[in-house]
Design a protein around this ligand. Structure first.
Ligand code: SAM
Length: 510
């Protein structure tokens, strides 16, 4: 790829240094018959080998099958590792256990800079870490690799440093492109996010590196198996094949309650969609999904985000004082027109009539924040916000930062004309296993950390959209994405995929 850096990385860096227990290396060897391939002459390379556990598991497997060390083709095992200590330990381990010097097979280099060489098989466990969480210096240096290895698309977020793409995706792209022979195969332990999450990881799901395609052949989802000693990331073992385009569905084995369930996986609508996981009996149901038609202005939205200032904007009690004013939290007088009922999970459990919380929105009904002069024309409102000015100004984040820069320190995120449309179809988007949307009067506001919604203009439209969203096939679709109980259960992005937009509708403040 022609990238030259004198010293990309510090050899003391520790990035994603969780090693694969040998028994799980053996699991991969058994599932994919890696041992036989190796014995038949295939070269095997671990691009980020840590202390060499995966390569060692091939040797252990061979010894357990009754082969002597001299019968095993150790000269065909290759490894590379960024961290010098781990690399030395790998060399020492092979020396001590097998009396073999692997120092000319094992290199100590950043895989991003290692001289390209083609192997028959890759057997690895790349580091798992979100780009945003990488050391700052390193992040800066490796940005261009994401671009050169086809992982950015049109996204600006990587350039801004906020991308949640996993570095595992980059290592996999490099391994497949630069270290595999034509039609070579890769067996990799990898975070499931690259297959199942929306957002930045979708760039991995073009299943190609520039003009080199590869196919996702099979996935093992460890789900409830603790392979990596308490690591919370959801992880998998994936099989890739270079130079063959992906075709779906593919076999997807998922470990549940002590056994492997044989399921299928495919992206439902577009190639880069997160994989939907389903059993063969559900295939027809998923194929039957009919898109929901809505206006562009009704695009699904996240609720309001105070950027850490819930205490300032959210209230526990509300009393009307007169036509114009209300008393919130039993002590603060505010103009009624800027205080709205905030939806809570209780509104989904019993009824949707009684508000339990309220939210202050210093906004015009077109979704623009009040200008300072307007704010000042409501002395109670201004005084209240002014009292919290310091805290509001110190909120962190790129998006809120741009409002702060413009002087709107009372702004929130998730605000637009859609907050003030006459009706909202709202659903709980996080941590749920069921999809139960409800219609709320437009004054009710959704809370970003809990709900998402579709705003509409008429009750008739609300009823229609609700009926279509309540089709059990929608819940089946969400369940197929295997995000039940997580933060990613039913965010707007997932529902957007089920939608066809009726007509262009010009909105000023989208
Ligand atoms: C998840 S561990 C797996 C190690 C080994 N494959 C195993 O399964 O035991 C990932 C390894 O990648 C190494 N690593 C991280 N970034 C790397 C890079 N850019 N180049 C080479 N190795 C890297 C880490 O130091 C760590 O040892």
């Amino acid at each position: 790829m022609g990238i030259n850096h004198s010293s990309l990385s510090d050899k003391r860096l520790k990035i994603g240094d969780v090693f694969t227990p040998v028994e799980w290396g053996n699991f991969a060897i058994m599932q994919f018959d890696i041992f036989t391939k190796w014995m038949n002459g295939a070269s095997v390379f671990d691009p980020t080998m840590g202390e060499g556990n995966l390569l060692d598991s091939l040797v252990i497997h061979g010894v357990e099958r009754g082969f002597s060390i001299t019968e095993l083709p150790l000269k065909n095992l290759y490894g590379n590792e960024l961290n010098s200590t781990y690399c030395e330990r790998a060399i020492k381990k092979f020396q001590k256990k097998y009396g073999i010097d692997m120092s000319s097979n094992f290199s100590n280099c950043d895989i991003l800079e290692l001289e390209h060489k083609e192997y028959d098989l890759i057997f690895g466990n790349p580091p798992w870490q979100n780009f945003v969480d990488l050391p700052k210096n390193y992040k800066q240096k490796i940005k261009e690799y994401f671009l050169n290895y086809d992982l950015v698309g049109n996204s600006q977020s990587l350039l801004l440093g906020g991308s949640r793409i996993d570095i595992a995706a980059l290592v996999i792209q490099i391994a497949v492109k630069d270290f595999l022979k034509n039609n070579g195969e890769a067996f990799l332990f990898a975070p499931l996010s690259i297959l199942l999450n929306d957002g930045a990881n979708q760039h991995f799901r073009t299943y190609k590196v520039n003009d080199t395609p590869f196919s996702l052949v099979k996935v093992y989802d460890f789900n409830d198996v603790d392979v990596f000693n308490g690591i919370a990331t959801r992880y998998s073992l994936i099989h890739l094949k270079r130079d063959i385009a992906s075709t779906f569905p593919i076999p997807f084995e998922r470990h549940e309650k002590g056994k492997w369930l044989s399921l299928l996986a495919k992206p439902l609508f577009h190639l880069t969609d997160p994989l939907s996981i389903y059993d063969i009996d559900s295939e027809n149901i998923l194929n039957d999904i009919v898109p929901i038609e809505i206006d562009k202005e009704s695009v699904p939205r996240q609720g309001i985000n105070t950027c850490g200032a819930n205490k300032i904007f959210f209230f526990e009690s509300y009393k009307e004082i007169d036509d114009a004013n209300c008393l919130v939290n039993e002590s603060i007088t505010l103009p009624k027109k800027f205080v709205f009922p905030l939806i809570t999970s209780k509104n989904f459990k019993d009824d949707s009539i009684n508000p339990r919380k309220w939210v202050l929105l210093p906004y015009h009904s077109n979704g623009r924040p009040l200008e300072l002069s307007v704010l000042k024309s409501y002395p109670n409102l201004y005084q209240y916000l002014f009292k919290h000015q310091e805290e509001l100004r110190h909120r962190k984040g790129i998006m809120i930062g741009s409002w702060l820069k413009k002087g709107y320190w009372w702004a929130l995120l998730g605000m637009g004309y859609y907050n003030f449309m006459p009706y909202k179809i709202v659903w709980e988007a996080y941590g749920k296993k069921e999809f139960c949307p409800l219609i709320f009067d437009g004054k009710w506001q959704a809370n970003q950390s809990l709900q998402a919604f579709i705003p509409v203009r008429t009750l008739r439209e609300a009823d229609r959209v609700l009926t279509e969203l309540s089709n059990p096939v929608i819940e089946s679709y969400l369940l197929s994405l295997k995000m039940e109980g997580t933060m990613n259960w039913a965010q707007p992005g997932k529902i957007k995929k089920l939608i066809n937009y009726k007509k262009e509708h010009l909105t000023l403040f989208d």
